[in-house]
Design a protein around this ligand. Structure first.
Ligand code: CMC
Length: 392
């Protein structure tokens, strides 16, 4: 009984109300708690944006210091969790390791899995945001066969992550402040994006009352796909495959060909139909970072810029309102920093954790929330009688 709306991909279904993030896809506007993303990327920094997303207001100096201390004090992983990492095949994709390890946190941190208790919800939120850089960095270290580097609590969030990724034993490692600022900006630009696929996955998983670590692991799994967070890895691999600007028309032709499944990675968005404001900041940042690092004539950046130009001039992309998205330029910066493509999506996952956690907390505090349970349009057989195997 009842009337249902058939809406594959939920293109016109709102699943919740929210006060966290606002997107105006036609204007290309993204606001966190009302503040525009370009101002946050320019003037704020990641942990301040985390506070804003979690608690609704920008912190005072005292509040920020207290919050940062709470995060910094929780960056260590239980020593035993190392065995969990070591159980993976040595060349496992870091995203595979993250899905497993974050899910396993529920077994390591029993004292923050009771979602009925607001204090436990707070502790779980802090643990997730604090430990995610350590988890991502250790997934990277394990994947490359290097020893784990422990977090250092005297460093800021981004510098600590870079050090855990790139420091090696018996060698001095100084974090380059340019890289650390660029890293922090990448984290900030990915912090939240309202009800995207992975966030909706976290909310749906949590709607049954599942524990927070299992819900965030579900979000990481969803983010991994190339249509979502996996696009940054796919995009850089595509730019490298194109290789030189003269091959661009061939790839544009393939993207337009309906018989070819190939899509321009880093192009298009369900909600943005004008431009992705994150991509604008990311493009600027890519120029700055390569410039400051003294990387001139980067062939990947050249291909990216020329591809963007040619695609934007092409009526196919203009008619369908396809523009570069956040993933188009982030990979170029990450590569210049020394990350392999397999680390691009883990970095997205670590940045988005605060968004998932904020939306999860908001959902649990909403008196109207109930289990998510979509309906379907059934197109299978009508009722029929079971047939014994010898008669089939
Ligand atoms: N290259 C070529 N054609 C495209 C592309 C593309 N990148 N994106 C969409 N189209 C075409 C698509 O073929 C369709 O054409 P038609 O109407 O003739 O069938 C039309 O544009 C609409 O596409 P859609 O798949 O119905 O749109 P959607 O809202 O379901 O998909 C998307 C959005 C982001 C999944 C899609 O644009 C895409 O696959 N882009 C490439 C992957 C990517 O960059 N993803 C990152 C998204 S932003 C960050 C994130 O979410 O993680």
């Amino acid at each position: 009984g009842g009337v249902f709306t058939y809406d594959p991909g939920y293109t016109s279904t709102a699943s919740c109300d929210s006060t966290i993030t606002f997107i105006d896809g036609d204007k290309g506007e993204l606001l966190h708690r009302g503040y525009p993303i370009d101002q946050l990327a320019e003037k704020s920094h990641y942990l301040e944006v985390c506070y804003l997303l979690l608690y609704g207001e920008l912190p005072t100096a005292v509040e920020l210091e207290d919050f940062e201390t709470r995060i910094i004090r929780h960056t260590m992983l239980h020593e035993q969790m190392q065995y969990f990492f070591r159980g993976f095949r040595r060349d496992a994709h870091p995203m595979a390791i993250m899905v497993g390890v974050v899910g396993a946190m529920s077994a390591f941190y029993h004292d923050s899995t009771d979602i009925q208790d607001p204090w436990q919800r707070e502790v779980a939120s802090i643990r997730l945001i604090a430990k995610m850089p350590t988890i991502a960095a250790w997934a990277f270290k394990y994947h490359t066969g290097q020893p784990f580097v422990y977090p250092r609590n005297d460093l800021d969030y981004a510098s600590n992550f870079l050090r855990m990724c790139f420091a090696v034993p018996a060698e001095e490692y100084e974090v380059n402040p340019i890289l650390s600022r660029a890293m922090d900006r990448i984290f900030t630009l990915h912090a939240d994006h309202e009800q995207n696929a992975s966030t909706s996955t976290v909310r749906l998983a949590s709607s049954s009352g599942a524990n927070p670590f299992a819900c965030i692991a579900a979000g990481i799994a969803c983010l991994w796909g190339p249509a979502h967070g996996g696009a940054n890895q796919a995009c850089l691999e595509m730019l490298k495959e194109i290789g030189t600007p003269d091959r661009i028309p061939e790839f544009i032709a393939r993207a337009k060909d309906k018989n070819d499944p190939f899509r321009l990675m880093g192009f298009g968005h369900r909600v943005y139909k004008n431009f992705d404001p994150r991509a604008t900041v990311m493009k600027q940042s890519a120029d700055e970072v390569l410039d400051l690092l003294g990387i001139e004539d980067n062939p990947v950046l050249q291909v990216a810029k020329e591809l963007e130009k040619q695609a934007l001039e092409d009526p196919y992309f203009a008619d369908k309102k396809l523009f570069p998205n956040v993933d188009f330029y982030s990979g170029i910066i990450l590569e210049a920093m020394g990350f392999p493509t397999s680390m691009f999506t883990p970095i997205f996952a670590l940045s988005r954790t605060v968004g998932w956690v904020s939306q999860w907390k908001e959902q649990l505090a909403d008196p109207q929330h109930k289990i998510g349970r979509p309906r379907q349009l059934y197109l299978g057989s009508a009722r029929r009688d079971y047939m014994d195997i010898e008669n089939r």
